[in-house]
Design a protein around this ligand. Structure first.
Ligand SMILES: [Fe+2]
Length: 210
């Protein structure tokens, strides 16, 4: 305990003793480091933002959005891993495609997270927190071959799309139209398009006629 306390207070006010002025009474140039670990809002708690939705509704939407956000964080990382690990004759096009999809997922992550914040909640931010919440299967730390990379991504998309569809119904019932519109117009359509671009690479097709 002593170690924790000491670490928490390291640097907070020790240069100047107790605040903004040094012992000689002049303003201090020293930074004022904060004490870490004091939560002003706990994860799962809601702030009261005046957007015309009951706290119960905002809480419910924030929860389902955070589940999608956690999965999206993992999918983003999976795309980057595959962007690096892909190999073979289709290396260049898949290397670029995986990076494009990762970038698009990054944009969705920001939209979903900011929706959670707009509802008064706390968005999942730390990838280790996302890893605790996600239901997407963990990929091996090594490299898989190209069909496995694509199949793994498609499975991850399907998991997330299932949650998106449920969340669309949930937010329609609760009349949380802001979340509903985001999920349908931005998130679902982007996922479906990415699935199409991936799945076409698993179709057997001759480059020229026999
Ligand atoms: Fe890159």
């Amino acid at each position: 305990m002593a170690t924790t306390t000491a670490r928490r207070h390291t640097g907070s006010t020790q240069s100047t003793g107790n605040g903004r002025r040094s012992p000689n009474g002049r303003p201090s140039p020293e930074p004022h480091y904060a004490t870490l670990g004091v939560e002003v809002q706990k994860f799962g708690d809601m702030r009261g933002l005046p957007i015309g939705l009951d706290e119960k509704v905002r809480l419910e939407s924030a929860e389902v959005l955070n589940e999608i956000l956690a999965d999206s964080t993992i999918l983003y990382a999976l795309y980057k891993k595959h962007h690096w690990n892909v190999a073979g004759p289709t290396f260049y096009q898949l290397h670029l495609l995986f990076d494009k999809h990762a970038e698009e997922q990054g944009e969705l992550i920001d939209l979903i997270a900011e929706r959670v914040q707009s509802l008064g909640g706390i968005a999942v931010g730390d990838p280790r927190h996302a890893a605790e919440l996600t239901t997407i299967e963990r990929a091996p730390d090594g490299a898989e071959d190209v069909p496995a990379l694509i199949t793994r991504l498609l499975r991850a998309h399907e998991t997330i799309i299932g949650k998106i569809r449920e969340a669309i119904e949930t937010t329609e019932k609760s009349k949380d139209w802001g979340s509903n519109d985001l999920l349908m117009g931005d998130v679902l359509r982007r996922h479906e398009l990415q699935v199409w671009f991936l799945a076409e690479h698993l179709v057997e097709s001759a480059l020229v006629q026999d």
